[in-house]
Design a protein around this ligand. Sequence first.
Ligand SMILES: Cc1ncc(COP(=O)(O)O)c(C=O)c1O
Ligand SMILES: NCC(=O)CCC(=O)O
Length: 439
Amino acid sequence: MKTDRSRQMLAEANQYLAGGVASSLRAAMKPTPLYAAGGKGARVYDVDGNEYIDYLLAYGPLILGHSHPLLNEKVYQAMQKGYTFGLQHEGEIALAKRLTEILPCADKVVFSGSGTEAVMMALRLARAYTGRQKVVRFHGHYHGWSDAIFTSFPSADMKSQAAGSAAGEAVPGTGGQSVNSLEDVILLPWNEPDVLERTLTERREEIAAVITEPIMCNSGCISPREGYLEAMRKLTEQYGIVLIFDEVITGFRLGLGGAHERFGITPDLMTMGKALAGGIALSAVAGKNEIMNLVAEGRVDHLGTLNGNTVSTAAAMAVLDELGRDNGAAYRQMERIAGQLAEGIRSLMKKYNVNGVVNQPGPVFHMMFTDQQEVAHFDQFGRRDAAKYGLFAELMLDEGILLRPNGLWYVSAVHGDKEAEETLKAVENVFAKRPEFTA
Ligand SMILES: Cc1ncc(COP(=O)(O)O)c(C=O)c1O
Ligand SMILES: NCC(=O)CCC(=O)O
């Protein structure tokens, strides 16, 4: 695979763009960060003329794949009237109404630009609502890069998360983060009901919110243990603590109603982003009236110049139309293809004596190389062979498959049998050719 042009462009970018890439994670791609030339459907093309089946999907948003005709049409139509007004417009009412119809937890919503902002807003609402300061979050989860909650990127560096773990202390994850920013954050291991119960019971007077990914997609796509989220719901309710589901990944991906609909557990607040507008910047917080009305009452400020702009709201309506069509055909398709891939990879692991685990809760899954039988806890995720997976992702590029270097795969509604078949062939080629994967 040729990468000359991408390498040249990175060298040029480095002169003007700090770090060369637009989000720090992207620098990790081997053999070099790639430059996109375009994408169509499930495929993406780079500037060296390589074509890939895309499972990076822009880190999650491209749930309808690249350049989807309906999304293009609706965005173009919206642009003809104006990109954004700073005035109110019909599209934001339509989308807000639609979200309250499809999300079980949503009486009302507010719009913002990124998942990071949605999380900031949800935490603010929770503190205002309860009059308390502390927030419980968990090892291995990621809730955006704001000072208020950032503790390092889980798959990139486990150390800072582990450092304070015994004391429930969260440690700032990056240079420049206010050293006091996490004073109000209590960091706990996830999927441990006893630890949660003890902490919430002992510190209930101080805790405003518990924030969790309903499935730990950022670290191994680990599912909650039986009864864990139910216990979390029950305890938070009992102690008047706001339960926030961060559904920036799971929202619109595990189903139109996200993970909370799938699990039948209604959080007080939910954050969403990524897939919501199919690749155009838009995020939102949804929740129950009691909390969301703090905005209407002027007790919580919610701001953002581009919030609810015409282009992003039109894009989201198109995404929701397409995902809701034919009684959720898109979800059946994504589930089927993701299941086929996960099962196929597991059988190839067996066939070639490769030690590994694939956790596949839905159209997002995590593939790991490890000697362990299962990865059901963050500690087990920490023991996977991340470097080996990095090599695998690099070798898959040669086979025409674009993967996120950390093991997380996203499947879109336009990935079909042909893509799945080509992909499994590619996995087989890598396992067959390279002895380092065989146990
Ligand atoms: C669960 C979760 N929450 C929040 C975020 C932050 O979203 P964004 O990158 O749009 O700021 C992400 C991913 O980036 C995420 O995976
Ligand atoms: N799930 C976390 C991400 O996808 C982060 C993407 C980014 O900040 O570039």
